[in-house]
Design a protein around this ligand. Structure first.
Ligand SMILES: *Cc1c(COP(=O)(O)O)cnc(C)c1O
Length: 399
């Protein structure tokens, strides 16, 4: 018998990725100052992070982390059900639930883990089904695989497609899961229509609002609140702490019974060390700022509109998004890489996003805006984007 050799296999896989311009590399951030980052000894202006409200380095948020770490140490010391559940966790869960108008919240180590937990704990039978938007986040897709339920996907933002998929899966319990704001396109799910689809099909609607909470809706309560929906129509929601709140971790909000069930049965909750209490305390402070400092959202919205008007004037290809996620479409991988590299030379950090993160032929520069950007910086970015596109097409035209 001769088994495949792992080194040989991965060498071939990497060769193939290289041929497709899909090799991924990390950039090391040496220092950060708001939206300025030092990479390879050079300061670049970053237009790709998720610190939409500029809270990651906010003075009092950092102070909350430092003070709690001084008192409680660096780690939680155990999982939540053993002895790792601290007051800081408890306070954070209550504040997030209160902010979004839900009875309870449950804190997870990350959004990825929370998504795994929700499906694994609820979709327990073989004929249960999870119906999902085609462009949902990878963690929602992987969650269905882990849960062992049936997974059915509908065309992007298509509530009728969702209804069709739900009809094709009678019998078992059903969850309809969608991103609130889509992480790579920046558009918002048709949540009112999806809530009707879920109600008609007796499915539980679960909204992963990683990119909506803090940014959209009254008091930044997110896409669900913006659509004037609440716990009745959306019984479970995911709030991540690593995007607009600038920290790390995630809270699932829902009713008493659902949340207690997750806490008692979800393996990605039970069998992992609790988030450091200091990180939880920082998130509580960040959530308070996100909730009451409307100027951050208003400034961000102004920058989004400014970017779109100017990018259109320069003929850049955008997607229909009013969120701080503003992808500039490039088409193939080589164009996206070349534009990203030209931008870096001009002083901007905007990595190329390529398949399989986005569909085939839809490589892009995923530009994101933050309340920390200045209007003049957005103007200069659009200018650099247009120049890099022109330079890349000149080179390709000549080739
Ligand atoms: C980032 C993201 C996640 C994962 O959250 P982490 O806390 O980073 O693990 C889940 N869903 C969506 C839509 C996201 O954008």
């Amino acid at each position: 018998m001769s088994r495949p050799d792992f080194h040989e296999r991965i060498r071939q896989q990497r060769q193939q990725r290289a041929a497709q311009n899909r090799v991924r590399t990390r950039r090391t951030i040496e220092r950060r100052d708001g939206v300025r980052v030092e990479v390879d000894g050079r300061w670049l202006l970053e237009f790709c992070g998720n610190d939409y409200l500029g809270l990651a380095q906010q003075f009092n948020v950092v102070n909350a982390l430092q003070n709690t770490a001084s008192r409680d140490g660096v780690g939680a010391g155990a999982s939540h059900l053993v002895s790792g559940h601290h007051t800081a966790h408890e306070v954070l869960e209550r504040e997030i639930a209160d902010w979004l108008g839900y009875p309870r919240g449950l804190l997870f180590g990350s959004g990825f883990l929370a998504n795994l937990a929700v499906q694994q704990a609820l979709l327990t039978e073989e004929d249960d089904v999870c119906v999902q938007d085609r462009l949902n986040h990878a963690s929602l897709i992987d969650a269905s695989r882990l849960a062992g339920c049936r997974l059915r996907r509908y065309p992007h933002a298509d509530p009728e497609g969702a209804v069709r998929q739900l009809k094709l899966a009678p019998g078992g319990a059903a969850m309809l899961a969608t991103d609130g704001v889509f992480s790579m396109d920046g558009d918002v799910a048709p949540l009112r229509a999806l809530s009707l689809a879920a109600r008609m099909s007796e499915a539980l609607l679960y909204v992963d609002d990683a990119h909506g909470v803090g940014v959209r809706g009254p008091e930044g309560r997110g896409s669900v609140a913006e659509a004037r929906l609440g716990p009745k129509e959306v019984p479970l929601q995911l709030v991540t702490l690593g995007k607009a709140l600038g920290g790390y971790g995630a809270v699932v909000v829902g009713d008493e019974a659902l949340v207690r069930h997750l806490a008692e049965t979800a393996r990605p909750y039970i069998y992992t060390t609790a988030l450091p209490p200091a990180v939880a305390a920082a998130a509580t402070t960040a959530a308070r700022y996100a909730r009451r400092e409307h100027w951050r959202r208003e400034k961000l919205q102004g920058l989004v509109e400014r970017f779109r008007v100017q990018a259109r004037q320069r003929g850049l290809e955008l997607l229909p998004s009013d969120s701080p996620i503003q992808p500039v479409m490039c088409g193939d991988e080589a164009t996206a890489l070349a534009m990203s590299s030209a931008l870096e030379t001009a002083g901007y950090l905007v990595p190329a996003i390529r398949p399989p993160t986005v569909p085939e032929g839809k490589a892009r520069l995923r530009v994101t805006l933050s309340a920390l950007h200045a209007a003049a910086e957005v103007d200069a970015l659009v200018d650099a984007l247009a120049r890099s596109r022109d330079a890349v097409s000149r080179v390709r035209g000549a080739a």
